[in-house]
Write a protein that binds this ligand. Sequence first.
Ligand SMILES: [Zn+2]
Length: 408
Amino acid sequence: MKKYTNAFIKEMPKTDLHLHLDGSMRIPTLIEMAQKNNVKLPSYTEEGLRELVFKESYANLGEYLHGFQYTCSVLRDLENIERASYELAVDNQNENVYYIEARFAPQLLMDLQSGLTMESILEASYKGFERAKKEFNNSAEVKNGSRPEFHYGIISCAMRKFGPKGYSPFYTNFFKTMEYSKEMEVLKEGALQMVKAAVKIRDEKGIPIVSIDLAGQEEGYPPGKFKEVYNYAHKNFMHKTVHAGEAYGAESIFQAITDCYADRIGHGYYLFDENKIVDASITDKKKYISNLISFVADKRTTIEVCLTSNLQTNPEIKDIKNHNLKHMLDNRMSLTICTDNRLVSNTTVSDEFQLAVDNFDIQYKHLKDIVAYGFKKSFYPGQYIEKRNYAKKCMMHFDEIAKKHGVI
Ligand SMILES: [Zn+2]
């Protein structure tokens, strides 16, 4: 017998702290935008795109990332960025996800010839989220206290390699003056420009850019290479998250925390795998892993767990029951359940929670802890006291919903 019904999972208040805007668009919107902007798609029907691009399962990470070229192409348009942001917030509100942090790399969408600057891109996204927030928070249900308010933050991503042909006009301009062999310097320079612009826009315009992230191909591009970028964010009171341990090992997670001051880790999947360690100086791998697990758990560095996405990009996991979520729970780590990409992974926050509770032994107290971490470990764009009060209200609502569904 199921401990938690679909209705309860859907109605309980939730967060999504690891959510890519460009991987989470609605398919009909993508098709409409592609037609408007003359972007070529392999199919112009939902079924066709599901069959050819946004699949149930993927052969590898490369195939998983393939669809981003289409979403990024249509998002090189301010009106489309605003609409995609608005719709993403509404889709979350509709499944009682009250707090989201949406991430994307403005560098991938920039095109100075078309007037697409870092600033105008981040501002367009802000307008879309802000409109959705205001509409929701002015609804009768929020006004009469029967649902919590909706809030959001924007995470701006630094990029590692994302395919030699996939460079956006922003990076192509760099390559005109720099050798391709100096790729790492190009990526770092792009990331530095991004973080400086993000801090400036946040401070001058009050746009809630709450954190930076590092996304793209992990292997060969360890977080430590972006130390300077993270240091700039750190010294400007900006939060930090890093995709680490998604495709390679524990030392990537260690660098994210020690070199990049990461408050949270995206995926962290290979934290537990001795075989993924490549650093030859780590001789006692078992000890290193156990020390690192304890270090991450003790610091309460929060792991952004994306179950479906991990299964899709690491087909060797094969079965959800083999997912390292079990070890994360056993080691009492701070974790939060996220979607990664609603479109590319064909999922929702409710689906991800359902997968977790159906396949792992998660007692009520732990489920409540996981939900609470989403609110408490968020990079809420306000003062700590405000975040605390908001998290408290959302968790009181959680208790009410649990009572209503007979879970407690
Ligand atoms: Zn991600």
